[in-house]
Design a protein around this ligand. Structure first.
Ligand code: CP
Ligand code: NVA
Length: 301
């Protein structure tokens, strides 16, 4: 494993090893406090962040490493100088790059032209660190994740793509329910279906909300991702039947609710559900750090 650009690049064993290592680091933080000693990580963010930025910064610190945050207030990546020069220069000083970019191709370019590991901290296509934290959370709740029935409801986006790859590789069941015209990327669906067939996973796509019946956990994300300038008024009516509320949770028979955050209350999910008893949102947020630390330790030590 040289980079973490997408969960699809991981073998089932690599994915299981990362989840196991995350649990070990979470349970024995003192044993890893020198794991990144002498290592520096540069974090490049083209988009805003709370969880990703803070969990990487504090996580790297807990592993004994140093991190430097570069926002793009001086212009987006590739404007002042080519992304390739950026990657080559950073590789002269840093031991890894964590990047959140608009275009996934920018992250690929960083990996291609740098000489150090690159970790995708969210792109338009994928959010692998989120997916790892989510499957870590599910494995804490359910033990064997291949037995979990998860449903994602809403816009087919970067988070959906990473959940699809994770579920497929882990042999889990994932039902993706989206309004017509808002399904996940077709190429990603094909790749995920191939991985599901190989590993015994089950991926179902539907625009029928009734497909929610019989799931353990329901996952929602914003209807409009960062960088999408579509006015909410334009899509609201189409998405409204896909709002996760108590009735939908009951229909599903689901015990748990998941969301990568930030959550927009009374939009994609009601406050009653996101702040309710079965909500795993803070477990997911906490696990971002442990999952990412497992990635950093795997790539850097
Ligand atoms: N879930 C997540 O990635 O949150 P941030 O955008 O705040 O980093
Ligand atoms: N799909 C969302 C995830 C935010 C963490 C976005 O890309 O904005």
């Amino acid at each position: 494993m040289k980079h973490l650009l997408s969960i699809k690049d991981l073998s089932q064993q690599q994915l299981l090893d990362l989840l196991a290592l995350a649990k070990t680091i979470k349970a024995n933080p003192a044993e890893y406090k020198h794991a990144l000693e002498g290592k520096s990580v540069v974090m490049l963010f083209e988009k805003p962040s709370l969880r990703t930025r803070v969990s990487f910064d504090i996580g790297i610190n807990k592993l004994g490493g140093h991190c430097l945050y570069l926002d793009q207030q001086n212009g987006e990546l590739g404007k002042r100088e080519p992304v390739s020069d950026f990657a080559a220069n950073i590789s002269c000083w840093a031991d890894a790059i964590v990047a959140r970019t608009f275009l996934h191709s920018t992250i690929e370019e960083l990996a291609e032209h740098g000489t150090v590991p690159v970790i995708n901290a969210l792109s338009d296509l994928y959010h692998p660190c989120q997916g790892l934290a989510d499957f870590l959370t599910l494995s804490e709740q359910y033990g064997d994740v291949s037995k979990v029935k998860l449903a994602y409801v809403g816009d087919g986006n970067n988070v959906t793509h990473s959940l699809m790859f994770g579920a497929a590789i882990l042999g889990a069941q994932l039902t993706v329910i989206c309004p017509p015209g808002h399904f996940p990327d077709g190429k990603v669906v094909c790749e995920a279906q191939e991985l599901a067939a190989k590993h015994g996973g089950k991926l179902i796509l539907s625009s029928d909300v009734e497909a929610i019946i019989g799931h353990d956990a329901i996952y929602a994300d914003t209807w409009l991702s960062m960088g999408d300038s579509t006015p909410m008024a334009e899509i609201e009516a189409k998405f409204k039947p896909y709002q996760v509320n108590s009735q939908l949770m009951q229909k599903a028979g689901a015990k748990h609710f998941m969301h990568c955050l930030p959550a927009y209350r009374e939009v994609e999910v009601t406050a009653e559900v996101v702040d309710g008893e079965g909500s795993l949102i803070l477990h997911q947020a906490e696990n971002r750090m442990h999952a990412q630390n497992a990635v950093l330790v795997t790539l850097l030590s």
